[in-house]
Design a protein around this ligand. Structure first.
Ligand code: NAG
Ligand code: NAG
Length: 432
């Protein structure tokens, strides 16, 4: 009797508790066999028939471009990833459970697709995964993660600083081939791009142009693997590089051109040109800090810098030649002049001896003295005149120097123009 009563009460309690549990998560989790750890749910791909593939949908949003490292060819960005798949065992009818239409379960309790990013080169500490998985009545599971993702990207720097980069972020399963897991995307390219732009918090030097997706199966060894590829297109904002590299380079080139008009005799020309050469080498150092040391796709700006450097170097050499030729000319001229001067002295002496007026002045009258002074002044004037005439009439070296200078200036000017036009057309062409 007592046993029967106890059984009755137990049954009543059971009914009450079951009625109460209908609106709690506990009942649902109990129904789904998730109250205790269920090893089978953790390790088994959640399909009732193994030949059915699990379709995994991925979405990636780039909401921050933190760094693009040209040296190590990596891109660092803030990314948000969402993964969706279906678990065929974890389904329920919401009407049976007070209309519960979603429940969260810890990641550790259910099977999660092992998706990796092939280009990933970030530390493992940079991933922040959602600790729970969201579950819907039809078995749909959603999980998300945010990551400070550093991924390798072959940067093409030919057009630096007016370059645009296309970087791949490739997702694939680590261990399941295309028969087990098939990857796909939820949103199309336009929506991905728009959402990324909407959430963009920092872009720095770069601008996100667009995101594209490519879904593809690839053959590795003998098995096909499903892949989903997100192509992120970034464009550099070039203004800073224009200000610190291109404009100074252009100005230095113009200064070097202008230095042809500095007089050869002032002696400043060479020093000025060497200073320009040094300034350009400083710009080269800046460039070296930015660009990687790669031999293919040598950036055009590096070539431009090297050509400008070479041109200025040539013009320094030319200035040296000019200076040498001028000195040679002066030397020859002096030699000639000095011989003329010696002759003049001898003549004067002879004249003095002949006229016999080179004796102490106390023997002369004021009138004679004045006359003598006048003659001396005239002679001096003549001498100066002849010197000037020598200078006005350049020697053959000086003429040669002038011709070389003109020819060099003309060819230099043409080269500079050609160089600038070439660079500009290349940049503008590829920009459009
Ligand atoms: C939970 O497990 C029991 C037996 O252990 C099984 O009969 C039941 O179908 C399972 N429920 C679900 C939703 O898998
Ligand atoms: C990125 O993916 C595209 C399309 O598959 C491919 O053509 C390109 O070579 C890839 N780029 C890199 C750097 O792997």
């Amino acid at each position: 009797m007592a046993a029967l009563r106890a059984l009755f009460f137990l049954a009543l309690f059971g009914v009450c508790s079951s009625q109460m549990s209908e609106c709690s998560y506990y009942g649902l989790l109990e129904y789904l066999n998730l109250t205790a750890s269920n090893k089978v749910l953790e390790i088994m791909r959640p399909v009732t028939n193994w030949t059915r593939t699990t379709s995994v949908q991925m979405d990636v949003f780039v909401y921050g471009i933190l760094d693009v490292d040209e040296k190590s060819q990596t891109v660092t960005s803030h990314t948000w990833m969402e993964t969706h798949w279906t678990n065929e065992f974890l389904t329920w009818n919401p009407l049976d459970f007070c209309g519960i239409d979603r429940v969260t379960v810890p990641r550790s309790m259910v099977w999660i697709p092992d998706i990796i990013i092939e280009e990933d080169s970030s530390d493992s500490g940079c991933v922040q995964k959602d600790p729970v998985v969201l579950l819907e009545p039809n078995g749909a599971m959603h999980t998300s993660a945010r990551q400070r993702l550093t991924y390798t990207c072959q940067l093409n720097l030919t057009l630096f600083p007016f370059d645009m980069q296309r970087c791949n972020i490739t997702f694939r399963s680590l261990s399941s081939d295309v028969r087990s897991i098939r990857l796909g995307t939820v949103n199309n390219d336009t929506i991905l791009t728009r959402i990324s732009e909407w959430f963009m918090i920092t872009q720095g030097e770069w601008r996100l142009i667009k995101m594209e997706t490519v879904i593809d199966d690839i053959l590795i060894g003998e098995t096909y693997w499903s892949k989903v590829l997100f192509i992120v297109t970034l464009e550099r904002k070039p203004m800073l590089y224009v200000i610190i590299l291109i404009v100074p380079l252009f100005y230095l080139l113009v200064l070097d051109l202008a230095s042809f008009f500095i007089s050869e005799d002032s002696g400043e020309k060479m020093g000025f040109k060497v200073t320009i050469l040094l300034s350009i080498s400083v710009l080269l150092l800046i460039l070296k800090d930015i660009l990687p040391s790669t031999e293919d796709n040598l950036p055009m700006i590096a070539q431009f810098c090297a050509s400008v450097f070479t041109m200025v170097w040539l013009s320094v050499l030319e200035a040296m030649l000019m200076s040498f030729l001028t000195d040679l000319d002066n030397y020859c001229g002096k030699k000639a002049q000095s011989s003329v001067a010696i002759q003049l002295d001898i003549q004067l002496e002879v004249k003095c001896h002949k006229e016999k007026i080179c004796f102490p002045p106390d023997q002369l009258s004021d009138h004679d003295l004045l006359k003598l002074i006048l003659e001396e002044v005239k002679a001096a004037q003549q001498e100066v005149g002849s010197h000037k005439k020598d200078e006005r009439e350049p020697g053959c070296y000086r003429k040669l120097a002038k011709i070389i200078n003109y020819v060099f200036f003309a060819s230099y000017f043409v080269t500079v123009l050609a160089c600038i036009v070439f660079m500009c057309t290349n940049w503008i062409e590829n920009e459009s």
